[in-house]
Structure formats: structure tokens, C-alpha cells
Design a protein around this ligand. Structure first.
Ligand code: HDE
Length: 717
């Protein structure tokens, strides 16, 4: 095999590695765990047909015992998630910056496993909670596993890991009554946040629509912390990691999110699964922002502060490869649940910075797996095994799988011929970057971490008017659910530091008078004993005041890949345009679903037949990205009399999605308040294609939302 072939074959190495652990019962006898065939799996062994059960029924005891022990603790955070297999492909050699083997040559393919997640909710909570999304990638490289354990937001709530349990306790259900599930809209969360000025930048992101993504494949990902690249000469550069989705960055609205949570709490999980099954593979490009070591102090923020990002205007994102997710797991528990990520799983050429949040994480992840996966051998679970060989002197422990042969289990040794031996640097041994460090031990925070508002302002100022409006509404929703006036006032005081108009508008809606002056008693609740301004290290002079990259509106694509188009049909429908819609949508990677009052087959106008895939009763407009209304006198009349069909159209309109139709004279369309709104207001017409032109309709689908329509109607949906 040539060197090149070896490199490419590695894409499948992980799949091959998982195969020996894969079981399939097709065509096989049912057996006990001891391999004994079972002839009756319907009845326990009893003393007489109506008599008591008998203990010696080993089959029953084994089955029930295993069932009794089926559950493991859910992740303390990021409990709800969905996973997928795929590969990463390097575009060009990065060896100038890093000696990492998987980034050394263009076209190198590395198998990956990705897990997307929400943070606060339990394993069974809704996908569409307003929350950060986890974006964890395990690269099975030829030099060992590299985990990039990131989020879909580039900054974090806190600067120091010691505050993490407090943050999480505040957002999780309140301890006295266990309410609310998967929601930050409650007193304890906002109490903590109002006392934590460093959270304010992250709060802007979490209150933006980024926290309610349309799809896992339509959100960005970020490594957040500053890491290091180290090259073969030992030279280091700082690096920030970015994932950019090929399907564009899109979100749902809060009204949709709440309705989706009822209609299909598995919305994002299902979307990921179905996209992969249908061959519409989610794809992300990996980008890096690289900073020379000598430039560490040239920014108006500290590179080690995880509440700050590097504006792309200062350091552009260089795209270095792509990740394609092309295979669903075979078993949710074995793979998605048992996968164990760790920001400390690094390969030679990648190293840490001194970010105190990152440093704290390095302790937490192994520690949590010990309780979650039950012992120190979780690295032997198939999904966690590297594709490179493992040889060391670690031994034994619960559920040990490896049968380590030989007399020696220590190093140095003579009994094992000195093996396994240490790698010389030239042989790929991991060497920590030799950063010179000196300092007094101190529980203190650097002054360079003290500006908590400049980047919160940068984010807010970089949003479009619509995005600002949504962010305001999110705060009004969240703070409106807070019962304590003091907490609400403290939050308004924090918002005043970011943007006075924002603070005033939110305050007005939650019944707080502005400006809020914090009284002495409240001030004392702040850490460091002062009001929020005291956390500024001096007047902040941000070098970037607006950044397009921070606004989702500026990241739109022209692709319809991954979108879902609903078509409302009924008996007698005219399929003339539908055929073209079906073909074109399929070719461009979008899905078309026929919806009607009843499931089953319907007769079309030309006496053909069409299969209805969803009924109006079992579906909802919020589960789709766009709507098409084909003509047909009979079908149109039938649908126009259905209140469910009318609501479907009105909601689509209300949520500013594209609506196409064969003819504006459609009775169904005329029966909606949307038609009236379009009649009254030309702005509301945007994204409504009334001439049956499928090309125009699909262009509108790609554009996705037509925000000028927002608020243009009195539709309460
Ligand atoms: Fe995590 N985090 N985290 N985190 N985190 C976990 O590890 C922790 C942080 C992230 O799909 C836990 O295996 C601490 C930042 C993701 O399996 C735990 C701190 C970022 C996932 C843990 C942070 C993340 C986790 C729980 C503050 C983005 C899900 C289960 C210092 C860069 C991974 C587990 C998956 C999971 C600790 C902060 C991302 C308890 C102490 C910042 C994506 O170890």
C-alpha cells in the first residue's frame, strides 16, 4: 500500500475498529448472556401454572437483573445530546504552525465522532430549550485522540473554573422544587448572573437567536479557549478554533421554539438523524485564528479570558479543512451516551494556554467519567478507543477488557525487556510546550480580565435591528419570569452598562423604573464589593466597535440544503408544478412533505394518485421551513374550509418563512389573515411567490426569513 493510500484509508479505521463489538440478532437464536439458547421468553418458571415463581429460573433472574441496572448517571451538564460519525479532511498543510500529523498534509482524512448537546436540561428534555449547544468532536488521529470540546457560542459565562458549579447550580432546576426543566427563565439563574458582571457578554449571545438553532448542521462551533499550535521546531502560536456550517447559520424564532418543544421535542436530534439517512450530510469547515506569541499583549482584552473573542476584523479566520457527518450511530447508548470527551485529549502539536477556565476543565472531565461510566477503564469502551495502539502499565480496575500479557507492569523494567518504551521526540512523543512560568501563588484575577462590558456592547451593536429586537424580547421573556424585584433591578443595572436603550425597553416591559441605581445593600452583594462599573479596569477602548461576523444575518447562504418544505394537498390537487418542486428540491438537498387532512392516498386532478406523508392533525407548520400551495379547484376548496390548514398558512406567514403558490387566487390563501396583511402592506409581500415559479420560490427558501413581514399582521399565532 502506498503512503497516500494508507493516509486515506484511515477514514474508515474507526468503523473497522468498532465492528468486532457490533452485534446483530438477525437469523440467530435467543440466548442468555452465557450463550445458552432460550426456549421460552414469555413465562417465568413456576411451581404449577398458577403457582409461585421459582428462584432457579436463571434466565428470568439474569434478564431482570440486567434491566434493573440499565441506567447510568446522565452527564451533569450537556445531558441531552445526539451523535454522528464522519470524517475530517485537511485542505492544506498546517505544518508551518503545528506538527499535528492529521494537519500535516492536504487531503488527509481522519475519522471523527461528534456529539451535539444542550447544556442545562436533563437527558429527556426538549431540544429547543433556549440554551448553549455543545459541539464536541473526537478526532481519531493516527497519533491518538484529539477532542475539540466546544460550544456553538465563542465565549463563556465565567472566567474561572471555580465558578462552574455555581453557574450550573443556578441554571439547573431549583433545588427545593425541581422546577423548571431545561430553562434559564427563573430566579436562581438571573440572581447569579446579575451578580456576575463577567457573564454579560455571554448573556448577549444566549439571549440572541443563536440559542435556538434551526439545526445542529446550521450553527457555528467554537473551541472558545485560546489553545496553542506548536510546530516541529518547537515554535508556538496561539490558536482559536471555529467551525463554519456549510448549510448556513439559521435559527428558529422563540414562538416556534416553544411550539416545536410540544410538537417534536426531538426536533434537532431527528433532523440530524434524518439528514444523514437521506444523504444530506451536515458539513462544517474548520477555521483557525492564529496569533503570534509575541502579539499576546497587543489586544485590548486578554487572550486567556474565555469571556472574550478575537474579532475577525483583527485576526481573520483561516479555513483549514472540512468535516462531513455521514454515518449515524448503530446504538445510541453504546456510542452517543458512552462517548467520553476531554479537552485534555491532545495530540503532539496542539497544547493549552493558561486560560483558567480551560485549566479547570482539564481536571473535571476524567473525574466526571469515573462516576458516569463507572471506573477507570472507560477509554476501553469501543467508541472511546483511539485508532492508534495503546500500550502502558496501567492495569486492572472495574470492567477491564484488555488482557495485558507478560510479567511486567512497570517501567523501567528488565522483565519486559524495557517495554513498552518511551518515544523519542522524533518518534511522535508528546512534549508539553516549554513556556517559562513564574509567579506568586495567589487566588486573584488579572486586571486584564476586568473589562466586562466592551465586548457585550460589541456583540449588541453588531446585531441587525431584527436581531436586536429578538434579543430584547428574549430578555423580556426571561426576566419577566423572575419573581424577585431586586434580581430584576440588578439585571437592568447590568444591561444599562451594555446599552441604555436595551435596558430601558426591557425595564419598561418588566415593570422596573430606570435608571436603576443600586443601593448600598445590593452593591454589597456583588463580588469584589462594588457596582458593575468597578469591574472596568479603566475606560475601555475597544479597537473594534462593530463586527459583521457576530450577526447571523450576515452569514446567510444561498443553499436550501437541509431545509424542509411543506406542501398542503387535498383530493383533486393539480400536480403540474409539484413535480418540478420535488425534483429540484431533491437535487439541491431539501425535503418535500405532502400534508393533508388525512393520511393515505389522494386522487390528483389528472386522476393520478399521491401519498400523503403527514396529516394536519399530527404535524405543525413550525416543523417546516417553507410552504407551497398547489392549485386544484376541489382541493383548494376543501383546504380553505379546514381551520387547521388556515392556521398552518398563517403561522408560516407569521414566522416570516417563504410561501409559494400556483395562483394568488387560491381560496385557502384568501381565507387567511396573511392575504389581508399582504394586501394592506407591501412589505409583507416579501417572500410570498404567487406565480407558481419554482425557481423563484426556491430562491426565497434559500433566503429563509423575510423579517420585514414581522409584526405586519394581527395573527396571534
Ligand atoms: Fe464542559 N463539562 N465544563 N464546557 N462540556 C462537561 O464532561 C466543565 C465548558 C462541554 O458531548 C462534563 O463528560 C467545567 C466550556 C461540552 O459528552 C463536565 C467547565 C465548554 C460538553 C464538564 C466547563 C464546555 C461538556 C459533563 C468550566 C466549551 C459535552 C459530562 C471550567 C468550550 C461533551 C462530561 C459531550 C461536558 C465540566 C466549561 C463544553 C462535568 C468544570 C467553556 C460540549 O466534565
Amino acid at each position: 500500500m502506498s503512503k497516500n493510500e494508507k493516509k486515506h484509508s484511515s477514514e474508515h479505521d474507526k468503523e473497522k475498529g468498532l465492528r468486532p463489538n457490533t452485534e446483530k440478532g438477525v437469523g440467530q437464536f435467543l440466548t442468555t448472556n452465557q450463550g445458552v439458547r432460550i426456549n421460552d421468553d414469555q413465562n417465568t418458571l413456576k411451581a404449577g401454572e398458577r403457582g409461585p415463581s421459582i428462584m432457579e429460573d436463571f434466565h428470568f433472574r439474569e434478564k431482570i437483573t440486567h434491566f434493573d441496572h440499565e441506567r447510568i448517571p446522565e452527564r451533569v451538564v450537556h445531558a441531552r445530546g445526539a451523535g454522528a460519525h464522519g470524517y475530517f479532511e485537511t485542505y492544506e498543510s498546517m505544518s508551518k504552525y503545528t506538527k499535528a500529523g492529521f494537519l500535516k498534509e492536504s487531503s488527509t482524512k481522519t475519522p471523527v465522532f461528534v456529539r451535539f448537546s444542550t447544556v442545562a436540561g436533563s437527558k429527556g428534555s426538549t431540544d429547543l430549550a433556549r440554551d448553549v449547544r455543545g459541539f464536541a468532536v473526537k478526532f481519531y488521529t493516527q497519533e491518538g485522540n484529539f477532542d475539540l470540546v466546544g460550544n456553538n457560542i465563542p465565549v463563556f459565562f465565567i472566567q474561572d473554573a471555580v465558578k462552574f458549579p455555581d453557574l450550573i447550580h443556578s441554571v439547573k432546576p431549583e433545588p427545593h422544587n425541581g422546577i423548571p426543566q431545561a430553562a434559564s427563565a427563573h430566579d436562581t439563574f438571573w440572581d447569579f448572573i446579575s451578580l456576575m458582571p463577567e457573564s454579560m457578554h455571554m448573556i448577549m449571545w444566549v439571549m440572541s437567536d443563536r440559542a435556538i438553532p434551526r439545526s445542529f448542521s446550521m450553527m457555528e462551533g467554537f473551541g472558545i479557549h485560546t489553545f496553542r499550535f506548536v510546530n516541529a521546531e518547537g515554535k508556538s502560536h496561539f490558536v482559536k478554533f471555529h467551525w463554519k456550517p456549510k448549510h448556513g447559520v439559521h435559527s428558529v424564532t422563540w414562538d416556534e421554539a416553544q411550539k416545536i418543544s410540544g410538537n417534536d421535542p426531538d426536533f434537532l436530534r431527528r433532523d440530524l438523524w434524518e439528514s444523514i439517512e437521506e444523504g444530506n450530510y451536515p458539513e462544517f469547515e474548520l477555521g483557525v485564528q492564529i496569533v503570534n506569541e509575541e502579539d499576546e499583549d497587543k489586544f485590548d482584552f486578554d487572550l486567556l479570558d474565555a469571556t472574550k473573542l478575537i474579532p475577525e476584523e483583527l485576526v481573520p479566520v483561516k479555513i483549514i479543512g472540512k468535516m462531513v457527518l455521514n454515518r449515524n450511530p448503530l446504538n445510541f447508548f453504546a456510542e452517543t451516551e458512552q462517548v467520553a470527551f476531554h479537552p485534555g485529549h491532545l495530540v503532539p502539536g496542539i497544547d493549552f494556554s493558561n486560560d483558567p477556565l480551560l485549566q479547570g476543565r482539564l481536571f473535571s472531565y476524567t473525574d466526571t467519567q469515573l462516576i458516569r461510566l463507572g471506573g477507570p477503564n472507560f477509554h476501553e469502551i469501543p467508541i472511546n478507543r483511539p485508532v492508534s495502539p495503546v500500550h502502558n502499565n496501567q492495569r486492572d480496575g472495574h470492567m477491564r477488557q484488555t488482557i495485558n500479557s507478560g510479567q511486567s507492569s512497570y517501567h523501567p523494567n528488565q522483565t519486559g525487556g524495557g517495554c513498552p518504551f518511551q518515544a523519542a521526540m522524533g518518534d511522535g512523543g508528546y512534549a508539553h510546550y516549554t513556556e517559562p512560568v513564574s509567579g506568586k501563588k495567589t487566588k486573584a484575577r488579572s486586571q486584564s480580565f476586568h473589562d466586562h462590558y466592551s465586548q457585550a456592547r460589541l456583540f449588541y451593536d453588531s446585531q441587525t435591528e431584527v436581531e436586536k429586537k429578538h434579543l430584547k424580547k428574549a430578555l423580556i421573556f426571561e426576566l419577566g419570569k423572575v419573581g424577585s424585584k431586586q434580581i430584576q433591578e440588578r439585571m437592568i443595572a447590568q444591561l444599562q452598562e451594555v446599552n441604555v436603550d436595551l435596558a430601558e425597553e426591557v425595564a419598561e416591559h418588566i415593570g422596573v423604573d430606570t435608571p436603576v441605581k443600586l443601593d448600598k445593600e445590593l452593591n454589597q452583594s456583588f463580588p469584589a464589593d462594588g457596582n458593575p462599573q468597578d469591574f472596568q479596569s479603566g475606560p475601555a477602548r475597544p479597537s473594534v466597535k462593530k463586527s459583521n461576523a457576530l450577526s447571523m444575518e450576515h452569514t446567510k447562504t444561498t443553499s436550501i440544503q437541509g431545509r424542509s418544505i411543506a406542501v398542503l394537498v387535498a383530493e383533486g390537487v393539480n400536480t403540474a408544478t409539484i413535480q418540478k418542486l420535488l425534483e429540484q428540491a431533491k437535487a439541491e438537498g431539501a425535503k418535500v412533505t405532502f400534508i393533508s387532512q388525512k393520511l393515505g392516498m389522494i386522487k390528483t386532478m389528472d386522476n393520478g394518485s399521491l401519498t400523503v406523508q403527514k396529516s394536519l392533525a399530527s404535524s405543525a407548520s413550525v416543523l417546516f421551513d417553507a410552504l407551497y400551495l398547489p392549485q386544484g379547484t376541489k382541493s383548494d376548496e376543501l383546504l380553505s374550509k379546514s381551520s387547521e390548514a388556515v392556521l398552518f398558512v398563517e403561522e408560516m406567514f407569521k414566522h416570516c418563512k417563504s410561501i409559494g403558490m400556483d395562483d394568488e387566487g387560491s381560496l385557502l390563501w384568501k381565507a387567511t389573515r396573511s392575504a389581508q396583511a399582504v394586501h394592506d402592506n407591501e412589505n409583507a409581500r416579501e417572500g410570498i411567490i404567487t406565480n407558481g415559479n419554482i425557481d423563484q420560490f426556491l430562491k426565497a427558501v434559500a433566503k429563509y426569513r423575510f423579517w420585514k413581514r414581522e409584526g405586519s399582521s394581527n395573527i396571534p399565532a
